[in-house]
Write a protein that binds this ligand. Structure first.
Ligand SMILES: [Zn+2]
Length: 264
């Protein structure tokens, strides 16, 4: 089954999935994994949980700051993930985060193809493989000299690679400016309140993912202080999901989603 998915992936994204998988072994985890967990799996889970949290945080910022968005908000949120993680993490970690998040989209695309599902061209999100290439391109565009191998290993075609530096500059001018505006300049109350449900669905990776979210929230509270409050709730939802509820100023991170990133 795994092999079949890998073959499909190779077909879809151009001979790179197998190499990319190898990269996860050499990637830099964001936090030290608990001793009883497989560090490669944990690294994949934490990268995806954080990428998802930052995607939802973008929705919260767009809402809370009434940011003008001139195209699809979902694309703007994906762009934010690359901009903030490249600021927050060192190059090895940011690369692992981008790769693992992109890889998840490639896997979703392969699974949809396998099940014969129609492409959701009507959806608010870009197609899974478009999200894959957007992430790879934006990360590569942050340093085209040093990240050349990354782009190549992950199958970014030259036709797209040519514009990635410019795309990234636009992303920095847009999201980078927003982050500059909300930088914390003095001590004050936290703007992100964490609401945790510690039921882990019997999965120790879920517990570890929660601690990754906790550490990131502490960092976000230290660095930024917009004049509104949001809640990040970690809870069981009976679905693999994460979402932002504008009326409540609340991000819900479902434990089921963390569990879904634990690949066999
Ligand atoms: Zn979204």
């Amino acid at each position: 089954m795994q092999k079949f998915i890998m073959l499909l992936l190779v077909g879809l994204i151009g001979a790179t999935a197998a190499e990319a998988k190898k990269q996860s072994k050499g990637g830099d985890p964001i936090v030290v994994s608990p001793a009883d967990l497989d560090s490669e799996i944990m690294s994949y889970v934490e990268a995806n949980v954080l990428a998802t949290m930052y995607h939802e945080l973008a929705h919260a910022l767009i809402d809370g700051l009434s940011l003008p968005i001139f195209s699809r908000e979902e694309d703007a949120a994906d762009t934010f993930v690359v901009v903030i993680t490249d600021q927050f993490f060192d190059a090895g970690q940011a690369e692992q985060l981008t790769w693992a998040s992109a890889d998840q989209y490639a896997r979703d695309a392969a699974e949809a193809e396998k099940k014969g599902r129609e492409l959701a061209v009507w959806d608010t999100h870009s197609l899974d493989l478009q999200r894959y290439y957007n992430l790879i391109c934006l990360y590569y565009g942050g340093d085209v000299d040093l990240r050349d191998d990354f782009a190549e290993e992950n199958g970014l075609p030259n036709d797209r690679a040519e514009s990635c530096e410019e795309e990234r500059e636009l992303a920095e001018a847009s999201w980078g400016a927003v982050l500059d505006d909300i930088k914390r300049t003095q001590a004050g109350p936290d703007w992100i309140i964490l609401d945790e449900n510690v039921d882990t669905l019997g999965n120790s990776y879920v517990l570890a993912a929660q601690s990754v979210i906790r550490a990131e929230v502490a960092r976000l509270n230290k660095r930024f202080a917009p004049d509104f409050e949001i809640t990040i709730a970690i809870e069981n939802c009976n679905e693999e999901n994460a979402f932002y509820s504008p009326g409540e100023g609340k991000i819900t991170m479902c434990n089921e989603l963390s569990r879904s990133y634990v690949l066999d």
